[in-house]
Write a protein that binds this ligand. Sequence first.
Ligand code: FES
Length: 121
Amino acid sequence: MLVAVGSVANLPEDQPTTINVDGRPIVLIRSGEQVHALRDVCPHQTQSFADGVLHREFVAVRPGEMGLGSEPVIACPWHHWEFSVTTGRCVADPRFRVRVYDVVIEDGNVFVETSAKKGDR
Ligand code: FES
């Protein structure tokens, strides 16, 4: 189900905006003309991304490995785990993932698809 959640113009750039859609906590992140929607529950300790920080690049440090990435990630404000805003995957440990919702923008209005998981269609 596509749910209207407001206009792109009302979303602050590079800052999380938390909303509730039919009982689902969702965080919207505007990056330029793109808007990303993730479940607003960090898989680490179930906290909100409300005060999270968007980074356009990241350094992933895994046991025995270090990598650079250039996709936007949101850093959870609680323990700074970073998650891709496009895939929801944790950059340090891909076993952890945040649900990502499809977003449609029409005439400057933002709609979130709440019924299908991103990539399911
Ligand atoms: S609750 Fe998000 S990193 Fe710990």
